[in-house]
Design a protein around this ligand. Structure first.
Ligand code: NAI
Length: 246
């Protein structure tokens, strides 16, 4: 059994998940980097280890619920503990409500919401055994204030905030906290194809007048999942440059 806190980060191959994995490793965690393809994960784990951190990688499609449960149980068994779970992997399938297909709805709800339920259910037992747990679910400001063209995504992300509060109420007495971090607009592959005019408009409604960087989100996740954050639970922290303030 390792003496480092063991953290699982889903969607670690790029963007926000990659920044979270790197940050948690530099804070002294052993990070299990999870995503669908092995290549980028191995590259990340090697990068972390070269920088003096501790990491391993594991492929898992989070929309395969049996695979998610098996992955989490496997990590807890292999390392003898599971301390931190960051449910970061997520997708968009944007469309206006009049045009949205059942498939677009189901894919986003399953990947962004149901997979998080399955992961938290599987993580609860090893965290209870270890008498410590930090769950951080990556939500979105779209789930807080809505966004045209994203009714499926906003429903899933808003669902995460209610789900997380319930988990926090159930598991708080076991020294397990559960919080959401809700990014605003962050420069990643997910937002890179926005038309320039849209990006300029978005910057205009952000108090700090800039898009966020993955490291901005990672810094919030690092605190929420730290030992110091034991009295913080059931919260959704918007890291959005003051775009929503709700
Ligand atoms: P991204 O598209 O750059 O990366 C998503 C990651 O999730 C990738 O590693 C991808 O391989 C993984 N992933 C997707 N589906 C998966 C599946 N079925 N199984 C396993 N892994 C899967 O996205 P980004 O921007 O880094 O977003 C990360 C999280 O932050 C997502 O939950 C997203 O909804 C959320 N978010 C992002 C915002 C942004 O402006 N970029 C704003 C608000 C929330």
């Amino acid at each position: 059994m390792t003496d480092k806190r063991v953290a699982i980060v889903t969607g670690a191959s790029r963007g926000i998940g990659r920044a979270i994995a790197t940050r948690l490793a530099s804070d002294g965690r052993h990070v299990v980097c999870v995503s669908r393809s092995q290549g980028p994960l191995d590259e990340l784990a090697n990068e972390i280890e070269s920088a003096g951190g501790s990491a391993s990688s594991q492929t898992c499609d989070i929309s395969d619920f049996d695979a998610v449960a098996a992955m989490i149980e496997g990590v807890a068994k292999d390392h003898g503990r599971l301390d931190i779970l960051v449910n970061n992997a997520g997708i968009t399938r944007d469309n206006l409500i009049l045009r949205m297909s059942d498939e677009e709805w189901d894919e986003v709800i399953n990947t962004n919401l149901k997979s998080v339920f399955v992961a938290c259910r599987a993580a609860a037992r090893p965290m209870m055994r270890g008498k410590f747990g930090r769950i951080c679910n990556i939500a979105s400001t779209s789930g807080l204030v809505g966004n045209a063209g994203q009714s499926n995504y906003a429903a899933a992300k808003s669902g995460l905030t209610g789900f997380t509060k319930s988990v926090a109420r159930e598991l708080g007495k076991k020294n397990i906290t559960a919080n959401c971090v809700a990014p605003g607009f962050v420069e990643t592959d997910m937002t890179k194809d926005l038309p320039a005019a849209v990006t300029e408009h978005i910057k205009g409604v952000i108090s700090t007048r800039n898009l966020g960087q993955p490291s901005d989100i990672a810094a919030a996740v690092a605190y929420v999942t730290s030992d110091d954050a034991g009295y913080l639970t059931g919260q959704t922290i918007a890291v959005d440059g003051g775009m929503t303030m709700c």
